[in-house]
Design a binder for this molecule. Structure first.
Ligand code: GRF
Length: 202
C-alpha cells in the first residue's frame, strides 16, 4: 500500500517530531511517511532533527509574510505542492484560522498536553497547561490527540492517555512525564491509526 504523505508543523524542540520519525524507523508507523517539516521559527531545533533524518524542511515566518492570511497561504501552497495527506501539529505555536482549517478539513491533527476538555483552548499552551493542572490540584492529567477545527483544541478526539500527577511535581517535571508517558506514545499511534484507515473520523 502506498504510504500516506505526512507534514509535521513545528515551532520548537521537536521531541514529538522525533517520536514520529523514530516510530517510522522502528515500523510502528507503517502506513505513513513524514516527507516535510514546516517551522514558523527560524532556529527551531526540530529543523535539525528533520535534516538529520533527511526530511525536507521549510521555514515560514509570519513577520516576513506580512500577516496571518499570507502566512497561512504560503504554508498551504507548500503543503499542496507536496501532496500532503495528513498535517500534524507537533508543538506548532500558532493558531490557524478557520479558512485554513476548512481548506484541510479532516486532515489536520494536534497533540495537546492535557486530557481535553480540561486545561485546553486559548491561552493553554506549553508550561501554562501543566501550571493550571497543578493549581487546580488534579491527580491525573495526560495528553490528547485530536482533529483541528476552528475552535482551539476543540476538534474530534482521536486518542488520549492518562498520566499521574505526583506529590512535589513542578510544571516542568509534570510536562516531562506527560511527554514521556503520553505524548510520544499516542502521537505516532494516532498517525498510524488514521493513515492505515482503521480510524474513521465521524
Ligand atoms: C508539547 O508539549 C506539545 O504537546 C505541545 O507543545 C510541546 C511541543 O514539544 N503542543 P516538542 O517541540 O514536540 O518537543
Amino acid at each position: 500500500m502506498l504510504k500516506k504523505r505526512v507534514a509535521v508543523l513545528v515551532s520548537g524542540g521537536g521531541t514529538n517530531l522525533q517520536a514520529i520519525l523514530d516510530a517510522e524507523k522502528s515500523g510502528l508507523i507503517k502506513s505513513a511517511k513524514t516527507v516535510l517539516v514546516i517551522s514558523n521559527v527560524a532556529d527551531a531545533y526540530a529543523l535539525k532533527r528533520a535534516e538529520k533524518h533527511g526530511v525536507k524542511t521549510a521555514v515560514v515566518l509570519k513577520k516576513e509574510c506580512g500577516g496571518q492570511g499570507p502566512f497561512e497561504a504560503k504554508i498551504a501552497k507548500i503543503l499542496e505542492a507536496e501532496n500532503i495527506d495528513l498535517i500534524v501539529l507537533a508543538g506548532f505555536m500558532s493558531i490557524l484560522s478557520e479558512s485554513f482549517t476548512k481548506r484541510f478539513e479532516g486532515k489536520i491533527i494536534n497533540i495537546h498536553p492535557s486530557l481535553i476538555p480540561s486545561f485546553c483552548g486559548k491561552g493553554f499552551y506549553g508550561l501554562r497547561v501543566h501550571e493550571a493542572a497543578l493549581n487546580y490540584g488534579v491527580k491525573v492529567t495526560g495528553a490528547t490527540v485530536h482533529f483541528v477545527n476552528e475552535i482551539p483544541d476543540g476538534g474530534e478526539i482521536i486518542m488520549q492517555k492518562a498520566v499521574d500527577v505526583l506529590p512535589g511535581d513542578t510544571p516542568e517535571t509534570l510536562q516531562r512525564r506527560v511527554m514521556e508517558q503520553a505524548e510520544w506514545l499516542i502521537l505516532p499511534r494516532a498517525i498510524e491509526y488514521i493513515c492505515s484507515g482503521e480510524y474513521q473520523k465521524t
